[in-house]
Ligand binder design. Structure first.
Ligand code: PEP
Ligand code: MN
Length: 364
């Protein structure tokens, strides 16, 4: 299914500093009035577009800090008055949305645990019907692009055109360098389908550790993300939630200063050079397809031979040889073991599928 989103460009949203990277920053959670105001004052001169603070916190386990609730909205109002910053908070149901609107929160975001639930998203969309407010939708915790798009569509259908996506990574089981795997292909595909959609990366929740923030942020910039949402706390080690991934306001300044914002390659000269190289790529892509077609034909002939001689599809020793031979050759050409192995496994799987079909064909 392919739908279009009705989107207003971010420079018409009424927030400042919409150049790349558009920066949203503030604590994971509002903890005390002093902590919220201290963070906001420290960020005031750092060119951030929006100050964030979670008021209602969707925590994985009970008996952890679940947010200060509506009380914290008054602190956000104070942030606006004292610093002039726009403020954002997370809403997970209609009540949160009404409360946030009542307190003039400028930007809302929908958290990853809410995006997974179409009922909750629809409830928020209904609460926002006809309201003019920017809404950012985090990716669902599972790597499901359609579910992410579905949530964006629900909010958009309620008339919200100041709409953006927040990429915070995806849950997986077991140890990994990341708290939430980035699966960059998913936001890249989202951008391909909706080129006008604002996409902001959240390196704090992807990395889960403060020393990963710089690298993830740089990658997001190199992949043409519009902005970053980074969690900042005056005393990160003492934070009541997500302590390991929060950084101080001055560390944020360092991260942003160290970012390399590379050119998008829009100039005529750059475009013509790229165009020439891309023609070469197109040529090789065609060759690849033709070689794959020829290879599949031979695999089909093997399938017919196996059928006619009543042989099984998979001969494991042969498959072991194919993959090891290819990996070894690949390594002499600068292609990594992981890459060659992934490609050959996919080709082999397709051959097996075709051969299984041929072997089971009922011949008339
Ligand atoms: C957050 O931004 O603090 C948060 C709860 O994030 P997520 O929904 O990405 O887990
Ligand atoms: Mn957090």
């Amino acid at each position: 299914m392919n739908t279009q989103l009705n989107l207003l460009p971010v420079n018409e949203w009424g927030i400042n500093n919409t150049d790349r990277p558009l920066l949203i920053s503030g604590p994971c959670s509002a903890e005390t009035e002093e902590q919220v105001l201290a963070t906001a004052h420290a960020l005031k001169n750092q060119n951030i577009s929006v100050f964030r603070a979670g008021i209602w916190k969707p925590r994985t386990r009970p008996n952890t800090f679940e947010g200060v609730g509506s009380e914290g909205l008054k602190w956000l109002t104070k942030v606006k008055q004292e610093t002039g910053l726009k403020v954002a908070t997370e809403v997970a149901n209609a009540k949160h949305a009404y409360e946030a609107l009542k307190h003039n929160v400028d930007v809302l975001w929908i958290g990853a645990r809410t995006t997974v639930n179409p009922f909750a998203v629809q409830e928020i969309a209904d609460a926002l019907q006809g309201v003019d407010i920017p809404v950012l939708v985090k990716n669902p915790i599972n790597p499901d692009l359609e579910l992410w798009i579905g949530a964006l569509e629900r909010i958009n259908k309620a008339g919200i055109t100041k709409l953006g996506a927040l990429h915070r990574g995806f849950s997986s089981y077991g140890d990994s360098a990341f708290r939430n795997a980035p699966n960059w292909q998913i936001p890249i595909e989202l951008k391909r389908r909706f080129p006008e959609l604002l996409i902001i990366n959240d390196p704090s929740h992807i990395g889960g550790k403060r020393n990963l923030i710089q690298g993830i942020s740089q990658k997001a910039m190199d992949l043409d993300f519009d902005g970053l949402m980074i969690e900042v706390h005056p005393n990160p080690d003492e934070a009541w939630s997500d302590a390991k991934q929060q950084i101080t306001p001055s560390q944020l300044e360092e991260v942003i200063k160290s970012l390399k914002i590379r050119s998008k390659g829009d100039s005529k000269q750059e475009q013509s050079k790229l165009c020439g190289l891309r023609k070469k790529i197109d040529y090789f892509d065609q060759e690849l397809i033709e070689i794959l077609e020829a290879r599949m034909k031979v695999a089909g002939e093997i399938g017919e031979f196996k059928r006619n001689n009543d042989m099984i599809v998979l001969q494991n020793s042969r498959w072991g040889e194919v993959i090891e031979q290819s990996i070894a050759l690949g390594q002499t050409k600068g292609l990594s073991r992981e890459f060659v192995s992934k490609i050959f496994k996919a080709i082999h799987q397709e051959s097996i599928n075709n051969q299984t079909e041929i072997i089971n064909q009922v011949l008339s």
